[in-house]
Write a protein that binds this ligand. Structure first.
Ligand SMILES: Cc1cc2nc3c(=O)[nH]c(=O)nc-3n(C[C@H](O)[C@H](O)[C@H](O)COP(=O)(O)OP(=O)(O)OC[C@H]3O[C@@H](n4cnc5c(N)ncnc54)[C@H](O)[C@@H]3O)c2cc1C
Ligand SMILES: *[C@@H]1O[C@H](CO)[C@@H](O)[C@H](O)[C@H]1NC(C)=O
Ligand SMILES: *[C@@H]1O[C@H](CO)[C@@H](O)[C@H](O)[C@H]1NC(C)=O
Ligand SMILES: *[C@@H]1O[C@H](CO)[C@@H](O)[C@H](O)[C@H]1NC(C)=O
Ligand SMILES: *[C@@H]1O[C@H](CO)[C@@H](O)[C@H](O)[C@H]1NC(C)=O
Ligand SMILES: *[C@@H]1O[C@H](CO)[C@@H](O)[C@H](O)[C@H]1NC(C)=O
Ligand SMILES: *[C@@H]1O[C@H](CO)[C@@H](O)[C@H](O)[C@H]1NC(C)=O
Ligand SMILES: *[C@@H]1O[C@H](CO)[C@@H](O)[C@H](O)[C@H]1NC(C)=O
Ligand SMILES: *[C@@H]1O[C@H](CO)[C@@H](O)[C@H](O)[C@H]1NC(C)=O
Ligand SMILES: *[C@@H]1O[C@H](CO)[C@@H](O)[C@H](O)[C@H]1NC(C)=O
Ligand SMILES: *[C@@H]1O[C@H](CO)[C@@H](O)[C@H](O)[C@H]1NC(C)=O
Ligand SMILES: *[C@@H]1O[C@H](CO)[C@@H](O)[C@H](O)[C@H]1NC(C)=O
Length: 519
């Protein structure tokens, strides 16, 4: 443990933890005033009286707007510790905010009245040229991360496409991008973390130092601590990435034909004579009838890709109406994926938003979607999906398949236990405010459950980074973590955060093991 006690005013720390300063066990008398407490530790913070309060608390997803009690803006790990200590003493729940892109706005608390620790001042990135390990502040956004590690020695990491997404949520709940089949999820590159725990301790966490915290932070950080710094094993940036895409809307003319095309593709992706970790793609379809398959081939020979790999991927489809395969450098490839958003994101005052609801489905490699399941989905897409109450899209990314590194780590090596994913679906609908929740949510429920048409859907899971606020804590425990991982997480939670200081509506600890196992 770092010498927190010598850096904080030890007397005040002890006071904050003395029985008289803690809330009564029934929560009735809170003796600590959070404002006074933060002031005593000189923690920078803002509250509803601040002129920039609204911009500070506005989440990426405007559909889910929560009002925190207070937002701290720490500059040092000691400020983070004191934020957590003061919140706990005042009986406030805590969530960290990194990029603020939680689909459920959990970095605004997921309820009114939480204390938010905004990590925007932890924005450093530094690569150790000897080890290739990048030390990255917990508030760094993905676009800046990619640019900085590339500038400091042409390094690269696997991560998602949106430059404004933060490392804090993304790397602790998965972190998928087109280099993930080659290098694993963002989470898999974490070799160490600096973490503030619920009791304010600031610890350096590795596979051997605090191994249970290392386990829990990788998949369930929102419930266990605040990652102030990440230590990430980078890779040399690829010298070339083929950016490929094929548009095949006519495959949707007939649900049987698209079903058979997907089953053919499902056979191809399992074939190591054609598919390795360098190849990655997703399928995009939407309410207007678009259908495309696009992705990357990393460090691939263009003529081999065009003569063998691409035709093989498209073998079971009708001829595309258009297709392309363009080799690009690493940074151009990331820029190309970013949908016109610049990779370079301002350190302060980020102001992009959407108003949306999304659901995920993770299908298992051991039990790939059957003919009946695909037919259920495509029948819905080509039927009710065309008369939806709102525009929507679905992206179906390949996580599994031959050579995928996503499924290599053991399921019990981290709280991110899903190491048997084949396809991961994201079903997404956005709409200007006010969002028509009462029609769009049931529609997306129907779209999502159509894959299970007539089945029990026991083989499907959810992706933790697409937080779905309509799921109960029990469903997240079962579908996101699985019962054996949840059991282990619950035991750690009871030990390091028995009063549920780190809380959102789906946090570990909200539901007991018996309820999770039941039924
Ligand atoms: C436009 C867009 C594009 C996306 N693209 C992809 C993609 O390509 N691939 C993919 O896998 N996902 C993608 N996502 C999902 C994304 O990975 C998650 O929303 C992610 O959790 C956001 O991270 P954040 O730091 O921005 O979120 P935040 O809202 O800041 O945090 C999310 C959760 O993590 C917790 N948290 C944040 N920082 C820390 C920390 N330092 N320590 C502990 N807990 C912390 C928060 O308390 C909250 O519970 C995308 C999301 C959006 C909105
Ligand atoms: C905390 O104390 C300040 C004055 O020091 C006061 O203005 C504020 O209302 C108090 N807050 C609570 C929640 O009691
Ligand atoms: C809030 O506004 C004040 C002054 O207007 C500024 O000094 C401060 O940096 C702002 N804080 C944030 C987090 O934007
Ligand atoms: C949260 O606070 C806002 C603003 O005060 C209020 O409009 C909203 O109803 C509150 N939500 C809940 C669930 O209490
Ligand atoms: C790492 O290498 C890059 C060039 O590849 C150089 O610009 C940078 O200064 C080096 N960093 C350190 C800390 O040596
Ligand atoms: C990459 O592919 C997409 C889809 O075809 C295309 O829109 C884009 O222009 C390509 N980018 C480059 C730089 O070729
Ligand atoms: C869809 O395709 C299947 C298989 O080719 C065919 O049997 C069926 O008649 C087609 N249905 C329609 C509505 O065209
Ligand atoms: C895959 O990419 C790696 C570099 O990341 C390269 O060494 C290897 O040759 C590539 N393999 C194939 C089959 O393209
Ligand atoms: C993890 O699972 C493997 C089997 O896959 C087992 O050998 C190992 O003991 C497990 N580790 C823990 C900590 O449960
Ligand atoms: C969802 O499906 C149910 C059951 O089939 C149906 O009653 C309902 O109208 C559908 N809702 C939407 C919005 O598609
Ligand atoms: C669903 O599962 C239940 C219990 O496992 C079983 O009785 C039922 O037949 C299953 N239904 C279908 C459609 O597979
Ligand atoms: C805080 O909790 C951690 C993990 O349980 C423990 O190792 C540490 O000793 C605790 N620190 C204090 C000051 O109680």
């Amino acid at each position: 443990m770092y010498s927190l006690l010598t850096q904080l005013a030890a007397g005040v720390l002890v006071l904050a933890f003395s029985a008289s300063a803690l809330p009564a066990s029934d929560g009735s008398s809170l003796t600590t005033n959070v404002t006074n407490c933060l002031n005593s530790y000189q923690v920078p913070f803002e509250d509803s009286t601040s002129s920039n309060w609204t911009s500070l608390i506005t989440p990426y997803n405007l559909r889910l707007f929560w009002y925190p009690a207070i937002v701290t803006l720490p500059y040092t790990p000691q400020h983070v510790s004191a934020s957590v200590i003061c919140a706990a003493a005042a009986g406030l729940k805590v969530q960290a905010k990194s990029g603020g892109h939680s689909y459920a706005s959990y970095s605004s608390g997921g309820q009114n009245g939480s204390l938010i620790v905004d990590l925007q001042n932890f924005n450093g990135v530094s690569v150790n040229n000897a080890t290739g390990i990048a030390t990255v502040g917990g508030g760094v956004r993905l676009g800046n991360l990619a640019l900085d590690i590339y500038a400091q020695g042409q390094r690269a990491l696997p991560h998602g496409t949106c430059p404004g997404v933060g490392i804090g949520g993304h790397f602790t709940h998965g972190g998928y991008g087109h280099s993930s089949r080659l290098w694993g999820l963002g989470l898999d590159t974490i070799v160490a973390l600096d973490v503030v725990l619920a009791n304010g301790s600031y610890i350096h966490v590795t596979p051997t130092q605090y191994p249970s915290i290392y386990f829990a932070m990788r998949g369930a950080a929102d419930s266990f601590g605040i990652a102030v710094n990440f230590y990430l094993q980078t890779h040399p940036a690829p010298w070339s990435v083929i950016n490929f895409s094929a548009s095949i809307p006519q495959v949707l003319d007939n649900a049987t034909i698209v079903t058979e095309a997907l089953l053919g593709l499902q056979t191809t992706v399992a074939d190591p004579s054609y598919i390795n970790g360098n190849i990655s793609f997703g399928i995009y379809t939407d309410s207007s009838g678009a259908f495309s398959l696009s992705g990357w081939c990393i460090e691939c020979d263009v003529s081999t890709f065009n003569s063998i790999t691409f035709p093989k991927l498209l073998e079971s489809f009708p001829p595309p109406s258009s297709q392309s395969a363009t080799p690009l450098g690493w940074i151009d490839s990331l820029t190309n994926l970013a949908n016109g958003e610049a990779l370079n994101v301002p350190l302060y005052g980020y102001d992009m938003h959407d108003t949306f609801y999304a659901k995920s489905i993770v299908t298992k490699e051991a039990a790939p979607p059957t003919h009946a399941e695909w037919l259920g989905f495509w029948t819905f897409v080509t039927g009710p999906g065309r008369s939806a109450p709102n525009p929507w899209y679905s992206i179906i990314n390949l996580y599994g398949g031959a050579g995928s590194q996503i499924n290599v780590p053991p399921a019990n090596a981290s709280a991110y236990s899903d190491r048997d994913a084949l396809w991961v679906f994201q079903n997404y609908a956005s709409h200007a405010s006010p969002f028509p929740t009462s029609t769009v949510v049931p529609f997306l429920d129907n779209l999502t459950s159509s894959l299970a048409a007539g089945n029990n859907a026991t083989d499907f899971g959810i992706y933790l980074n697409y937080a779905d606020p309509d799921l109960s804590a029990r469903q997240v425990a079962r579908l996101g973590y699985g019962t054996s991982t949840y059991e282990r997480l619950l035991a750690i939670k009871r030990r390091v955060d028995p009063r549920d200081v780190f809380w959102n509506p789906q946090a570990v600890g909200n539901v007991g093991l018996a309820e999770v196992m039941d039924g």
